[in-house]
Design a protein around this ligand. Sequence first.
Ligand code: PTJ
Length: 254
Amino acid sequence: MTGPEIPESHPRYESLLTRHRIEEGVDLGITSKQGLIAQGRGEAFDYLLGEETIPSADAAERVAAAHLLAAERPVISVNGNVAALAPGETVALAAATGADIEINLFNRTDERMERIAEHLREHGAERIKGLAADGRIPGLDHERAKVDADGIGSADVVLVPLEDGDRAAAIAETGTTELVVDLNPLSRSAKAATVPIVDNVLRAVPNVTAHAEDLAGADEAALAELIGSFDAEATLDAAEERIRSGGPSCDRLT
Ligand code: PTJ
């Protein structure tokens, strides 16, 4: 996808291209208007992180890959922002880990559900969950609680990029292992996660896939060791420290 009027020489080229994708998502009816606000918030944190995958995020992405590979019923949750930003990358991650893809919307309408499903199919998804909505996340009001009973409703591991804090906390309450991608290390979603990944979903999803491909031959014990050695609090602290200190690469940003 290309941004029509953005010259590649522009110092904010990647960032502007991403905005364009979200805008296009809204035009296509897959991203909510609130998704534009979420994108702006994420962008600010990404800027402060240096717009790169910091080492603690890379380590979390490897652990997330191990969780997805070790899971019996892994599910990748997709909302309107993820569908606009990383549809093909999400399908590739599902293929690399054997995970199901489930559309799970904060601002749920049947029309958006259908449009996102169609968009994901255009990017190679074969099986898409979320449309049956025959399960509920306990402790949430009606629309936000809807999940598929044989999807997120019974998943042992779920990857939730850009999740609303309330629902991330409610999913964590169910005992499901939750892998959260969120650029804000202080968000309730990141804090509720078993594995918080403080990185842009655009970089995080393909990097989890790369780690999953690398770990494909690893046995159960090796995956368990990787999972067991993970420290969520230290991961959040490292990201916050990078944001507060400016990090080594912030100088190159304008
Ligand atoms: O499509 P829907 O209806 O399910 O709605 C999705 C949004 C994202 C609008 C909804 O879940 C929402 O309102 O989310 P919040 O509460 O605004 O939280 C979004 C979080 O994602 C914020 O902490 C942002 O910093 C973060 N974020 C935004 N863009 C990215 C991101 N994290 C990673 N990668 C991004 N590209």
